[in-house]
Write a protein that binds this ligand. Structure first.
Ligand code: ADP
Ligand code: ZN
Length: 435
């Protein structure tokens, strides 16, 4: 079986890949300068396509931030006439006002191809039945995967998000073999399977699960693989870089290959904005290389990751990034300690009695900042055995304290009792009194 969607591009020797990037970056700058924002910015700094001799010269260019996109809302970064655009998408607005991205037909074709290439790299083929359990509409996970899977040629089921009973029925009626969903939803979906008296391992034909759009730990992935009897592949993307199809795990699950013919990925220290040494964690900065309507150059994603400095056995030459540990703005500070929600998820998902959902609340009690963690239990865990439950709560408290250096209040709650959000999971509720 041919392992690549586009062998020549996916295995291009590094030097050639970097030359291609430099070429495409020059084109991208020329195009971007058709937009009001980049024209003014680059002219004021004397930047032109000729400023790029090799791909390292990208470091001479200023960054683009979410604020720049907001300040130029809606059309200030448009580099082609509006009449040439055929679709817009906007971010889900997890962290404030949404930002909008415009696409012409070329952009949509190029995006669909990247998603097809990504799915193919996980082993999905045109013989698969692919169910997309992602919100359709402005959110890119719906149409992004839809056009990609059609390009690949598998049979697609545009199931959209929610309505779990119907998701299960679709899977069983049509023999779904591959599916895409956000990881926090899959924990819940499994519980619906259980309450219907079904076991996805026996009662479906699922083999491939594509999970992404929100941070999750490797243990969460392993749980999904065990619960559903699948291999689960991490998919990373963001609206500003189209959406899905930016970086994807291949069959080897070694890391997420960034499609470097279509994007430049850099990792910088978020304070100094200088590149970090290979292998160190920093903020991911991304540039589009094949988008015409709205090129975005050196976009500060606020996502934290690192380059994985090894070669993947698959033979692809495109570098890999590690799973995203979180957004720089997910971090909260409690009693002077910096904490990422994924540190807590990391502890919880290692404990077999713990279910698939949790919630972190920060509050001020008697002028004291408190962190409490509500943790769902697996179905039927220690039914009524208070002593065992207390023991477990103490163990979780201890493990979290070891990880974040602050002692949390741990509350064990019934399976499937925490409120579920319609889209990406909201993990932290900060109700502290700000002094
Ligand atoms: P919003 O910023 O409103 O959530 P997007 O839908 O564009 O809008 O989401 C992109 C963001 O989602 C990324 O910047 C990243 O923070 C997160 N994300 C996407 N895929 C992953 C993934 N596989 N792992 C962790 N985080 C992810
Ligand atoms: Zn690989």
């Amino acid at each position: 079986m041919i392992p690549y969607w586009e062998e020549e591009l996916e295995t291009l020797p590094r030097k050639k890949l970097e030359d291609l990037q430099a070429d495409r970056l020059r084109n991208t700058i020329a195009r971007a300068m058709q937009s009001e924002h980049y024209r003014k910015l680059y002219e004021s700094k004397g930047i032109s396509p000729d400023s790029i001799k090799s791909i390292e010269d990208i470091q001479k260019l200023p960054f683009t931030t979410k604020q720049d996109l907001r300040d130029n809302f809606p059309y200030g970064l448009l580099a082609t006439p509006k009449k040439d655009c055929v679709r817009l998408h906007s971010s889900s607005g997890t962290t404030g006002t949404p930002t909008v991205i415009f696409h012409n037909q070329h952009d949509l074709d190029s995006w669909a191809n990247l998603v097809a290439r990504s799915l193919y790299s996980t082993g999905i083929r045109d013989t698969d039945v692919f169910q997309n359990m992602s919100g359709y509409g402005l959110f890119t996970g719906g149409l992004g995967f839809q056009y990609g899977i059609e390009r690949l040629g598998a049979l697609s089921i545009p199931a959209a998000a929610g309505n779990s009973i119907r998701q299960i029925k679709l899977m069983r009626d049509y023999g779904t073999t591959a599916a895409h969903a956000i990881p926090s939803y899959l924990g819940y979906l499994f519980e619906v399977f259980e309450s219907e008296g079904l076991d996805p391992k026996k009662d479906t034909q699922l083999k491939h699960m594509i999970i992404g759009a929100e941070p999750h730990t490797d243990d969460t992935r392993k749980r999904i693989e065990e619960l559903f009897g699948v291999k689960a592949f991490n998919s990373f993307g963001l609206s500003e870089m189209n959406g899905p199809g930016v970086a994807f795990e291949c069959e080897h699950q070694t890391g997420l290959h960034v499609w470097e013919d279509a994007f430049v990925a850099e990792i910088v220290n978020p304070q100094t904005l200088e590149p970090v040494p290979d292998g160190e964690i920093g903020e991911l900065v991304m540039t589009t290389l094949d988008r015409q309507s709205m090129p975005v150059i050196r976009y500060r994603t606020r996502d934290l990751t690192r380059f994985i400095p090894v070669k993947c056995p698959c033979g692809r030459t495109h570098r890999m990034i590690d799973r995203i540990t979180g957004r720089s703005d997910d971090m909260f500070i409690i009693k002077g300690c910096n904490v990422f929600p994924m540190q807590i998820e990391g502890v919880l998902m290692k404990i077999p009695e713990v279910g698939n959902d949790y919630r972190i609340t920060l509050e001020t009690i008697n002028k004291n900042d408190i962190i409490s963690v509500e943790v769902e239990m697996k179905k039927g865990t220690f039914k009524g055995d208070l002593e065992e439950l207390n023991k477990l709560a103490r163990r979780i408290t201890h493990d979290i304290r070891d990880e974040i250096l602050v002692k949390p209040e741990v509350k064990l709650v019934e399976n499937n009792s925490l409120p579920k959000s319609a889209g990406k999971a909201v993990r932290v509720f900060d109700n502290r009194i700000k002094s």
